[in-house]
Design a protein around this ligand. Structure first.
Ligand code: HEC
Ligand code: HEC
Length: 405
């Protein structure tokens, strides 16, 4: 419809125009591959979270995201490691929260597209991922009982608007002020009361997910290029794109509009001084035993999630596999790989180019990964290309700490 707006051809908006191919270096076959990478579609619905797209829930989730009271000692929030001013990732190789972690913090921009969360995919929704961070020993290290009381004291009205009535937590003999499964205080509670606390905990995660679903970054120079603006990226970047889909074989795994196949691969990234890490292998068992997974009682729709979970098995092939990360906004989120040991995009590309560097990692490096024999020019062009994947920032009001009650 937009296409017919105005009278002359020169008035037709660029987005609606057929891509201009005059000055470009791509064959029709290459274009058919490139069009698989752009534009970024709408985020998929998440039926396991009934408030996933509820604006009130998102407003609440933004408060939780920045509120350091959601931690054992009151000093750590999600934003501590996922800085809005560093592409919602961490400048540090491995993050410092309640403790020092052993993996690099990924970006949250466009995380709503991920089928799996964490490098090992040990959660299958954003809401259950948030719960793992809230109680994780090296992240926020608090407990669900602590958080439920925090909701009662500071967020009761807003919570009830979105989720309905809070359980009556005032009786601390029934609902101790601190504890999670494995702690006597929690384990001694009746099953009904445990379920009530778990429900509040799950809802905290669901509000955070509603906020994270707004952290979408689209319309990168690369997208404008694919939409027909031939000047949106440099000729170096165009050559880099050609290498990306051709000789570099990056497209094997980074092959969708989010630049990830949502799969797990063993690239043989060395652990260095970090502890041994089996990645997806352990991740599958953790996911299947997680009471907050998409197939569990706290999920608002178990049908699809259960079908997917039924396919998963912790077989040895998954040893040392890690999730293919998105490459959108990758220029903003150094350092790289699950270890955070690679400081620059150049170093990541060199690692791929030589076909892995050996060193200590679990399992077998994927056999298809041969040395690429890229020239210096081709490597530099690839970096130029990756830099065209930086999209527009989400709206400013989502980047700052709101007033907390
Ligand atoms: C102490 C630092 C730290 C804190 C605090 C923290 N995270 Fe993270 N986050 C990480 C690290 C490190 C990873 C990767 C860990 C892994 O894969 O095992 C991660 C992974 C994630 C992922 C998965 C992204 C992906 O692509 O796989 C999401 C989503 C996320 N965090 C959201 C949150 C939310 C929401 C909170 C607050 C409830 C939070 N994080 C708190 C460090 C942190
Ligand atoms: C076999 C699948 C596969 C291929 C081929 C592949 N990648 Fe990746 N890529 C991954 C996986 C998996 C990771 C994460 C590995 C890890 O941390 O252990 C990754 C990580 C990255 C990262 C780091 C991103 C971050 O946030 O840490 C960049 C950049 C990257 N790849 C670019 C490329 C480029 C450029 C090529 C082509 C030269 C390429 N990849 C080829 C699967 C692949």
């Amino acid at each position: 419809m937009l296409f017919f707006y105005g009278c002359g051809e020169e008035n037709a908006p660029e987005m609606a125009a057929v891509p201009e191919q005059a000055d470009d270096i791509f064959t029709d076959r290459e274009w058919s591959v490139i069009r698989r990478l752009s534009p970024l579609p709408e985020i998929p619905p998440n039926p396991t979270n009934r408030v996933a797209d509820n604006p009130e829930a998102a407003r609440l989730g933004q408060m939780f995201f920045f509120d350091t009271r959601f931690s054992k000692d009151g000093t750590v929030a999600c934003a501590t490691c996922h800085s809005p001013f560093h592409g919602f990732a961490d400048v540090e190789a491995t993050s410092l929260g309640a403790g020092r972690g052993t993996r690099n913090a990924p970006t949250l921009l466009n995380a709503a597209y991920n089928q799996w969360q964490f490098w090992d995919g040990r959660t299958d929704t954003l809401w259950s991922q948030a719960l793992a961070a809230l109680e994780g020993e090296v992240e926020q290290a608090g407990t669900r009982l602590q958080y439920a009381h925090l909701i009662r004291q500071h967020y009761a009205a807003d919570y009830e608007t979105v989720f309905g009535e809070l359980p009556d937590l005032a009786d601390t003999a029934r609902f101790p002020t601190d504890g999670k499964p494995g702690d006597l205080a929690f384990d001694r509670m009746s099953e009904v009361d445990q379920h009530a606390v778990n429900t509040v905990f799950a809802n905290i995660g669901k509000a955070i997910e509603a906020y994270e679903r707004l952290l979408i970054s689209r319309n990168a120079p690369f997208d404008r290029f694919v939409a027909g603006d031939t000047a949106a990226i440099s000729s170096e970047a165009k050559r880099g794109l050609k290498t990306f889909i051709g000789k570099g074989v990056c497209i094997l795994c980074h092959d969708t509009p989010t630049f990830t196949d949502d799969e797990f691969h063993n690239l043989g990234v060395p652990q260095g001084t970090l502890p041994e890490d089996t990645g997806r292998y352990a991740g599958i068992s953790l996911l299947l035993s997680d009471p907050f997974n998409g197939g569990g009682v706290y999920s608002d729709d178990t049908a699809v999630a259960t079908r997917v979970l039924n396919f998963l098995e912790p077989i040895p092939r998954h040893q040392g596999e890690f999730k293919t990360p998105t490459l959108r906004n990758v220029a903003l989120t150094a350092p790289y790989f699950h270890t955070g040991e690679f400081a620059t995009l150049e170093s990541v590309i060199e690692f791929n180019n030589v076909g892995g560097t050996g060193g200590n990692f679990v399992g077998q490096r994927e056999r298809t990964l041969e040395p690429l024999k890229l020239s210096e020019q081709e490597k530099a062009d690839l970096v130029e290309f990756l830099e065209t994947l930086t999209g527009e920032s989400p709206p400013a009001h989502l980047l700052t700490k709101p007033n907390l009650p």
